[in-house]
Design a protein around this ligand. Structure first.
Ligand SMILES: NC(=O)c1ccc[n+]([C@@H]2O[C@H](COP(=O)([O-])OP(=O)(O)OC[C@H]3O[C@@H](n4cnc5c(N)ncnc54)[C@H](O)[C@@H]3O)[C@@H](O)[C@H]2O)c1
Length: 312
């Protein structure tokens, strides 16, 4: 059964969003770094649900074990799903991770998503140099290594299409009076690097886009905000929707960027922020309802194709 149409390009069939039988990433090989939690895990789940073979990579082995078990519970129909421990700041680790996909036919989609926001990251005066260096090593060098080895794999396997998505942040676009200077600088570098890679490799068919998430409702941020209402309100007030984003909302955008549906989207700062970076005075009233993250569910999600956003 096919739920929709497909169109033929000179290079083969590009399946449209309506090809229910196939999945939007059918047959593609994807790597997700930072896959053990947050955006990376939600994205791995969606990728698997949409027919991709997924290599979930993270620095934390125990967290990866938990994450892959969750994915398999939610997507019993998943094709190939493997895990790989990888520190993205180490080129040998990144190379080994990408080489893992040689047996699958090489990389089609690379989501360079792993990143840190260190608790000791502060302003120009108080940020320790070692925290600066660590942040750049993971957030910038990690994205470079991931992009470099994805390009090498795409070439090695004679691919005529590839999608590389690099996670940046809205802090690369707007200034914040709650500084994390090393983190902000690292995400600015991700934007600039992604843009240049997009242009250099455009005629090879390799697309590069940067994802710019707004602050999310993830344990990382929420545990830190805790019950401190003024601290929380200072951030929430900037959201036109009145709420933080959810990891699943980032994952949906990554799915689009990874798929051939976004074939003419290249070199973009792809902002997923509920309008935050376009807002001046935001509306009053209760916040909008948020979609549920897949990790919060226990039943398989592979037959469900809605967005998870509650009905009015
Ligand atoms: N959560 C937010 O509010 C927010 C906002 C904007 C951007 N981001 C970015 O989104 C990305 C994902 O963050 P998240 O919110 O899902 O956070 P998260 O902490 O849940 O996920 C990050 C993952 O990266 C892994 N990781 C850390 N260092 C690594 C390394 N050296 N090598 C490989 N893996 C490593 C961690 O183990 C973790 O599983 C990050 O790049 C982050 O900077 C997050």
């Amino acid at each position: 059964m096919s739920g929709g149409s497909s169109r033929i390009s000179s290079t083969g069939v590009i399946h449209t969003i309506n090809s229910f039988a196939m999945g939007r990433l059918h047959g593609k090989n994807a790597i997700v770094t930072g896959a053990a939690g947050g955006i990376g895990l939600e994205t791995s789940i969606l990728f698997a649900k949409e027919g991709a073979n997924v290599l979930m990579a993270d620095i934390s082995a125990p967290a990866l074990d938990k994450a892959v078990a969750k994915l398999k519970q939610l997507v019993p129909s998943a094709h190939k799903v493997d895990i790989q421990v990888c520190d993205v700041s180490k080129e040998a680790d990144v190379k080994a991770m990408v080489d893992h996909l040689d047996a699958w036919g090489g990389v089609d989609i690379m989501f360079n998503n792993a990143g840190i926001m260190h608790a000791d990251d502060a302003d120009a005066i108080d940020t320790p140099e070692k925290i600066w260096d660590l942040t750049q090593a993971i957030n910038v060098k990690g994205v470079w290594f991931g992009s470099k080895h994805a390009i090498l794999s795409l070439r090695k396997h004679n691919k005529i299409r590839g999608s590389i998505i690099n996670t940046a942040s809205v802090v690369a676009l707007v200034g914040s009076a709650t500084p994390q200077l090393a983190y902000t600088a690292s995400k600015g570098a991700v934007l600039a690097m992604t843009r240049e890679l997009a242009i250099v490799h455009a005629r090879e068919g390799f697309r590069f886009n940067a994802l710019c998430p707004a602050p999310l409702n993830t344990p990382l941020l929420q545990d830190w905000l805790g019950d401190d209402q003024p601290k929380r309100l200072r951030r929430e007030i900037h959201f036109p929707s009145g709420r933080f984003g959810e990891a699943i909302e980032q994952a949906q955008a990554v799915l689009f960027l990874a798929s051939d549906e976004s074939s003419f989207v290249n070199g973009q700062d792809f902002v997923v922020d509920g309008g935050m970076t376009k807002a001046y005075v935001t509306p009053e009233g209760p916040p909008l309802a948020a979609p549920k993250n897949n990790v919060s569910l226990s039943e398989p999600v592979d037959a469900i194709r809605d967005t998870g956003i509650p009905e009015a």
